[in-house]
Design a protein around this ligand. Structure first.
Ligand SMILES: Cc1cc2nc3c(=O)[nH]c(=O)nc-3n(C[C@H](O)[C@H](O)[C@H](O)COP(=O)(O)O)c2cc1C
Length: 167
């Protein structure tokens, strides 16, 4: 029989808050006992279902997410799980694939669902080295430099809802 009250963990990493917002939107749509927790504060993986989410910085997931995955590799292998990444460069399919692969390639075992969401940048929040790095990056993909928000709450919530079929 299906477990009616699954325990679900949405484990996220976030430097400037957009992935955290998305993690909560997703968590709000999931049926069961849902914990939405920063990877830095996760102390056990006693959950029936796990959703891992990270932004992409300089083509990679945040180091705290990679470290969390490496540290828990064996336990994660047999977990039911889904993943999402948050990034700025996702208009082309090849870029979306590159960004999601940067996370999925380090996750052991099967992944039910994956999604790529557009994020946001608030230049006034960035350190000068981050501004330099992001400006270099935006130039390299021929995108305008500066703050932007492409968060799409509805799309994020729809992803959360779609996960209920696996939980
Ligand atoms: C310094 C810096 C580097 C970034 N590098 C990339 C990148 O390589 N690829 C990409 O698609 N987005 C990149 N982004 C965009 C972020 O993924 C996006 O702003 C995301 O929403 C940040 O998530 P957070 O607010 O949870 O930290 C970069 C942003 C910054 C500030």
């Amino acid at each position: 029989m299906r477990n009616l009250t699954s325990n679900v963990l949405v484990a996220y990493a976030s430097k400037h808050g957009s992935t955290e917002k998305i993690a909560h939107w997703i968590g709000n749509e999931i049926r069961g006992n849902v914990d939405v927790v920063n990877v830095n504060n996760i102390h056990n993986l006693n959950y029936d279902y796990i959703i891992l989410g990270s932004p992409i910085y300089d083509h990679e997931p945040l180091p705290e997410m990679s470290n969390f995955i490496n540290k828990n590799k064996e336990e994660l292998r047999n977990k039911n799980k889904s993943v999402f990444v948050v990034s700025s460069d996702n208009e082309e399919r090849s870029k979306r694939e590159m960004n999601i692969n940067a996370l999925t390639k380090i996750i052991p075992g099967e992944i039910n669902q994956s999604a790529v969401f557009a994020g946001e940048i608030d230049n006034s929040e960035l350190s000068s080295s981050e501004q330099e790095s992001v400006n270099r990056y935006m130039n390299s993909i021929s995108k305008p430099i500066g703050s932007y928000s492409k968060l799409n709450e509805k799309k994020c919530r729809e992803f959360g809802k779609s996960l209920n079929t696996f939980i």
